[in-house]
Design a binder for this molecule. Structure first.
Ligand code: AMP
Length: 211
């Protein structure tokens, strides 16, 4: 599948894209994971973006577009890709359109996850993430077998520093202002599929019916 996942932080984009990756091998490309990786490695890019990320603001369009231009050309994207967290602005969506045209690649759809705000805030404040493989846990609904240790890879599980209550509020505001306009952008293009769930089975059924 070739899909963009759209929805606020905590809507379930990462979880759905990991499940779709297992289902058909389409590669999950999470710009958030790529950017966190750059910070963890202390690269020049990581140093530029640390402050924006920990305050919940977006990294500049040119940086993210540059990353995606390289990433989408890699061999593994030929079997399909699940864009988790990109595009996040109209400028990024326009750049993606040009890039896909150059690649002669067409999206199957833009999948919007519509989840109530209260559910999102609860999910994000109780979410924990593996620092190594990015597996997602939740202290209430999906705890790790051994506290603080990832079931999948044995890495450390932590609360992301952009998942405190204050930063979450800012991320949701940033989503409303900068990313939510993409819903209309893709609706007008005729490629938007909106679902009011983040459970894998109904999402997959909706995708199959749409594609
Ligand atoms: P995520 O893991 O998708 O929630 O992203 C975490 C953070 O990474 C965001 O709050 C932004 O600071 C940054 N980020 C991820 N994707 C993008 C993007 N497409 N454009 C700008 N910043 C991004």
């Amino acid at each position: 599948m070739r899909i963009i996942l759209l929805g606020p932080p905590g809507a379930g984009k990462g979880t759905i894209s990991k499940a779709l990756n297992k289902y058909d091998g389409s590669v999950q490309i999470s710009t958030g994971d790529i950017l966190r990786g750059a910070i963890a490695e202390g690269t020049e890019l990581g140093q530029k973006i640390g402050a924006a990320m920990s305050s919940g603001n977006l990294v500049t369009d040119d940086l993210v577009i540059g990353i995606m231009e390289e990433r989408l050309l890699k061999e593994d994207c030929k079997n399909g890709y699940l864009l988790d967290g990109f595009p996040r602005t109209i400028v990024q969506a326009d750049a993606l359109k040009v890039l896909l045209e150059k690649m002669d690649s067409q999206l199957d759809c833009v999948l919007e996850l519509v989840i109530p705000r209260a559910t999102i805030v609860e999910r994000l404040t109780t979410r924990r993430t593996c620092t190594q493989c990015s597996e997602i846990y939740n202290i209430k609904f999906k705890p790790a077998k051994v506290d603080g240790i990832c079931d999948v890879c044995g890495g450390d599980i932590v609360q992301r520093d952009d998942e405190t209550k204050e930063v979450i509020e800012n991320r949701l505001e940033v989503y409303q202002k900068q990313t939510a306009p993409l819903v209309d952008y893709y609706r007008q293009e005729g490629s938007l599929l909106s679902v009011e769930t983040s459970d894998f089975e109904p999402v997959l059924a909706a995708l199959k019916a749409y594609i």
